[in-house]
Design a protein around this ligand. Structure first.
Ligand SMILES: *Cc1c(COP(=O)(O)O)cnc(C)c1O
Length: 376
């Protein structure tokens, strides 16, 4: 919570939940990444928060952009990024979208199998490709599934295929899992990456780049290491596995760039119990999983919640959203402790909500409008 956000909310007159994002925090985050990983290019993961103001600010600071669709590429271009500062980092692309991206000037693509390489070979001739490898995601609070990447042993074949098709086999990428609280998580993936570099070199293909992905955390309830610690740990792992021949590197922060810049203001719609004798109360807000808090799925992300009664005694509460869907419950397995004095109509502030909220909110489930976003 920043003074600017507090001031904005004090003067806000409209109704309904909203997310307010302070660009000063994004600027600080960008500079911290640039300082902590000085020889690494930053590709902001657009999906975390594609607000035009965020993209324009980052473009002006020199950031590059990791995109997953033609629409995101167009947003990055509209924000002032040139095509050479944009990667098409999704491993799942229609060939005609690859062609559209190529027509827009994009020359850097992610792949994780031969069939995807073939699409790039046909629709984006001569482009650079990097091969994404699977990563265990241990230590991440929002771990990624096996959806993206191939086993490291397969990567050299994928890259060799690219090379044969006249593409530039550029490097290797991975993602250590989102909200990764272990700064050592990059070590194993970098060991795999260096093995792929060696295997390719033996086949006469000289890779240049390692894409270190995202995963940099936002502080929610538990403490997280600072960006500098991540930079140091990554640099140590790079030196360990690549020696003096350090590759070019890029990072793709999403959550770590915008998460702590945003706050959601929501309203208590109902406080109730399921039985008179229950200790646990149900607190229904005007925002839930379908209004932007999708990352409460499996109670993975626990947001800090502030109220005007935080000094009062607290009681365990199940938190739920306003829709008529029974899965729209946020914290039930591990109830959330909120002030006993919290009442219908009170405002609550949900912190650390600058990433993965506005983009996750439904268009109009049950007629609730999408999460309103203010960038200040
Ligand atoms: C979503 C995504 C990111 C951003 O991840 P964070 O954990 O939010 O930093 C980076 N790279 C790729 C390829 C992604 O899909």
């Amino acid at each position: 919570m920043t003074a600017r956000i507090r001031e904005f909310l004090r003067n806000r007159r409209d109704d309904g939940p909203c997310m307010v994002l302070d660009l000063d925090v994004v600027r600080d985050n960008y500079r911290a990444f640039a300082r902590s990983l000085p020889d690494t290019r930053v590709f902001y993961a657009v999906k975390a928060n594609p607000a035009p103001e965020v993209l324009s600010l980052l473009a002006s600071l020199g950031s590059c952009f990791d995109t997953a669709s033609v629409a995101e590429i167009e947003m990055a271009l509209a924000a002032g990024a040139t095509p050479d500062r944009i990667s098409y980092g999704n491993t799942i692309k229609k060939e005609r979208d690859v062609a559209r991206a190529y027509a827009l000037g994009i020359r850097l693509f992610a792949v994780d199998c031969v069939a995807e390489v073939e699409k790039i070979g046909r629709a984006a001739p001569g482009s650079k490709v990097f091969c994404r490898i699977l990563c265990a995601g241990v230590g991440a609070e929002w771990p990624l599934s096996r959806k993206f990447g191939c086993v490291p042993e397969m990567a050299a074949d994928v890259l060799e295929h690219a090379h044969r098709l006249g593409l530039e086999a550029y490097g290797v990428s991975f993602h250590v899992g989102s909200q990764q609280r272990d700064t050592g998580a990059w070590d194993q993936a970098l060991a795999s990456a260096s093995a792929i570099f060696r295997e390719c070199a033996e086949r006469g293909i000289h890779l240049s780049m390692v894409n270190l992905g995202g995963g940099f955390p936002t502080k929610y309830l538990k403490p997280v290491p600072g960006v500098k610690s991540y930079g140091n740990a990554i640099f140590r792992a790079l030196s360990k596995h690549f020696g003096n021949r350090l590759p070019e590197t890029i990072i793709e922060p999403g959550r770590g760039m915008v998460g702590n810049a945003g706050v959601i203001e929501a309203e208590v719609v109902l406080v109730s119990k399921k039985a008179e004798e229950d200790e646990v109360r149900w607190v229904y807000l005007d925002i839930g999983k379908f209004g932007g808090l999708a990352e409460t799925m499996d109670e993975a992300i626990r947001y800090p919640i502030r109220t005007d009664h935080d000094g009062d005694d607290k009681v365990p509460c199940v938190l739920a959203g306003p829709t008529c869907d029974s899965v729209d419950v946020m914290y039930e397995k591990e109830p959330y402790w909120l002030p006993v004095s919290l009442e219908i109509g009170d405002k609550v502030l949900i912190e650390g909500t600058g990433a993965y909220t506005t983009t996750y909110s439904a268009v109009a489930f049950n007629g609730f409008p999408p999460l309103r976003s203010y960038v200040i």
